[in-house]
Design a binder for this molecule. Structure first.
Ligand SMILES: [Mg+2]
Ligand SMILES: [Zn+2]
Length: 175
């Protein structure tokens, strides 16, 4: 499982509001493809409060995710699912990370357990979300990850330069 903004694509303080603003981080699409070829089911789990803020609508987010999925396929990969929370941070929903709702939906829909499954993100909320569901957090330094690295405290979370490096590490485990 992979976070989206700052991990697969470049993040923006102004949110990613259109397909034109979605720019993959170099190597990220190829990394997803490599995981797919090695037998991993790769799903995206992403907070998208820009919807709750009225910055873009669900149709636009759908178009962005169709574009992302097509770019992944063009690189030889496949996304098993894309899960997003559209709510504002203070909405009190059960899906916004670090809450577990999206991971529970993924488990239901894909028929698998996320316990022990890697979750690659760039924010502390990604690490916390993974911990909350018994998944295995991995941090990348892209996006806000370099700053997040200093917030890990006593946590023993592996840190990688980018998604490509994190994927290489996972692939090396199973070779
Ligand atoms: Mg992120
Ligand atoms: Zn939500």
């Amino acid at each position: 499982m992979i976070d989206r903004d700052g991990v697969i694509n470049e993040d923006s303080d102004d949110f990613i509001k259109s397909v034109a603003e979605w720019h993959p981080i170099p190597g990220s699409l190829e990394a997803i493809a490599a995981l797919h070829r090695a037998g991993w089911r790769v799903a995206v789990v992403t907070n998208q409060s820009g919807i709750g803020r009225g910055l873009y609508d669900e149709a636009t987010l759908g178009a962005i995710h169709d574009h992302m999925s097509a770019r992944v396929r063009a690189a030889g990969g496949e996304l098993a699912g894309v899960y997003y929370c559209p709510h504002l941070p203070d909405a009190g929903c059960e899906c916004r990370k670090p809450k577990p709702g999206m991971f529970r939906a993924l488990e239901r829909e894909l028929g698998l357990s996320v316990v022990g499954a890697p979750y690659i993100g760039d924010r502390l909320s990604d690490v916390e979300a993974a911990e909350a569901v018994g998944a295995r957090p991995m941090l990348v330094r892209t996006g806000t990850g370099a700053a997040t690295e200093g917030l890990l405290g006593e946590r023993r979370v592996p840190v990688f330069d980018d998604l490509a490096a994190a994927a290489d590490s996972l692939l090396a485990e199973t070779r």
